[in-house]
Design a protein around this ligand. Sequence first.
Ligand SMILES: C[S@@+](CC[C@H](N)C(=O)[O-])C[C@H]1O[C@@H](n2cnc3c(N)ncnc32)[C@H](O)[C@@H]1O
Length: 264
Amino acid sequence: MARVAVGPQESASASRRWWDADADDYQAEHGEFLGDDDFVWCPERLREADARLLGDPSTLVGARVLEVGCGAAACSRWLKRRGALPVALDLSGGMLRQAALASVRTGITVPLVQAGAEWLPFSDASFDLACSAFGAVPFVAEPARVMSEIARVLRPGGRWVFSVNHPMRWMFSDDPGPDGLKVAQSYFDRSPYVEVDADGVPGYVEHHRTMGDRIRDIVGAGLELVDVVEPEWPEDLTATWGQWSPLRGDLFPGTAIFCCRKPS
Ligand SMILES: C[S@@+](CC[C@H](N)C(=O)[O-])C[C@H]1O[C@@H](n2cnc3c(N)ncnc32)[C@H](O)[C@@H]1O
């Protein structure tokens, strides 16, 4: 592990390599929790069916939706079942291969696009909604660029809802147990978390932003921040997911979901 500066291109290359290599393992580990055509926002198991952060279900019918950092695209298939017209985008061909396999399993096909969230290959105002469950945003060096790209491809009045690690989690080590309750680093330290290989080449890269940074990126892109949802840990959820656990979930938030709107 290293805390070194990683530029936008280097970060994107590292992410692509990492997620390509990890795609099968990620799906094997988390596929059951995520489902093949379910929309789960976070390890706290908040579902779009209950939360309705994208709006009333009736408004999904015919809506053009961009899912960013889709992984196996379970959210897009859930949206398609509700009459939406989703496009699922991811940087990683390995993750999109998992999406294609899940389409075969379910018989629900959605268009898959391989691209970085920082450079969206779509025309202006081509979507009514955009969403992301832990996709892309925590992994890019310039999240402000992602916010601007989303603002560009949304139509006026369109919504953008995305979940990320709650910024305050940064202070703690990624340990689901008692060691993960101790402050280990500064909330204000923005140097990225980087796992490097034996040759010093970055593999997994995650970029921290404070709550203020995230809001500034959203507002700076010309979007309105409508709500920030901090899901609480459900009493009946006993499973851990990496650093997420009932122990930590009882004490502080693990996920922040930002609900934004492009002004009409
Ligand atoms: C934690 S996974 C989440 C996947 C899926 N949304 C889910 O809920 O399981 C993060 C995803 O973001 C994708 N990703 C990382 N950096 C990206 C980027 N710059 N642009 C688009 N996708 C990216 C990864 O390939 C991976 O599929």
